[in-house]
Design a protein around this ligand. Sequence first.
Ligand code: ACM
Length: 524
Amino acid sequence: MKKQISLGVLFLLCLLPLCAQQSLLPTPASMRLAKGTFVIGKDIRVQGSNGYTAQLGAQLQAELRTLASSASSSPGSIRLSIDKESAMPKEGYSLIITPTDVLLQASDEAGLFYAKEALLQLARSGKGVLGACRIEDSPRYEWRGFMLDESRHFFGKEKVKQYLDIMASLRLNVFHWHLTDEPGWRIEIKRYPKLTSEGSVGNWHDPKAPAAFYTQEDIKEIVAYAAQRHIMVIPEFDMPGHATAVCRSYPEISGGGEGKWEHFTFHPCKEETYQFISNVLDEIVSLFPAPYIHIGGDEVHYGNQSWFTDPDIQQFIRDKKLQNETGLEHYFIRRAADIVASKGKTMIGWDEVVDAGVSPQKAVIMWWRHDRKHQLVKALENGFRVIMTPRRPLYADFVQYATHKVGRTWNGYNPIEDIYRFPAPIIHLTKDYENQVMGMQFSLWTERVADIKRLDFMTFPRLIAVAEAAWTPEKAKECSSFMRKLPSFLEYLDTLGIYYFNPFDPASTPEPDAPAKEDVLQNG
Ligand code: ACM
């Protein structure tokens, strides 16, 4: 009997590191378990030959020492290597753990970085003991993103950096930063100081909230921080609508608007407007090295009432033979695309842009209107590259659990399982256009997210499912196995003090409220 128990305990102990290993998220394309363990002690040494491998190796060594077990290290070494000639796909990596050695290999720096992040996750969950295994991994999609709206509410540099750390661990590689909209303009532009002295005052629930914005030095710091984690930062400067914060600061380029939509659009006919946009973009382009600039282009009809009545605007429509106000909107988008292209960048726009007559060489489309699947299809048929962030299931401001009350719904809500399954329910629409689908992102609008507790709650754990949906090949995905591995990542979030929704014990994480204001649109 005693022997049986001790054998059972031994068996469980042997399984421990293996279980820990299996909690690697996102799930790798291929992972084969082997016999034995590699122990990381405080004396662990990591070797990189030179350049990036040496730099990343030194970082990995410091990080592993903080995660070390109390035992001393296995005798062998941890080595990093980049072989540019290898057949490994872009961002792919291999991680081989044996009882004597650990080898991280990739054909590019991003891949090696992901090997390091995978190893750190394994070390964290295994408490410094790694089960032997061989992982061969590469991403399903090149665009694995998260969008944060800091116009509606501002969260600040330290929170953004924390999210970039978590994104790196999840192998997410795009931070789409929605910095301009109705309540506030959040980025210093030296040529137009009123954008921040006036435009950054206020937020969604309090129009008098103190000025809050990122200085250009802050932006450089965050972009560099992201780059070290192989995350590209894409700024969004929304136009011609959602431009309220700009147009109330510089009313000479405002397109008018009525009531709560006053100053919602740029003036679409003044050359001064396009010069202003070009000047602002000069500064934005100098701060963000990514090849893309997001110019919005969504929901112009909300606040373009003055376009229908302003005699100059009506004359402009006739002179330019634009037919109507929608034609004028499309003219604006084409001008914006040309300005962005003149700065050597490619424009990204929300899916309204598909209809604007912009060349698919000049624009990438973000599909967001889940109820307009034909807009996704049209974008693909017209040759555009597409990033998928349909409201259902990829908007993070939708509630995530049946009893939750704060947040959006639309014939349902966005539970973690729906996110996990994406894009399977719409994959037939993208068939034959796989090369044009760049990937997907989780987008968090923050009308009803006024503080960090609610920010965390809406983001996690759903962002983890987004990471797996965007990284892991369909054949390696399995929702129940993902849910089994999730607690290990949640433990990591615990160490960071993140207030995530706990899907395993919903009552333990009550839904944080948001300040009252008119509700954001439901089904709209
Ligand atoms: C959007 O949600 N208006 C892109």
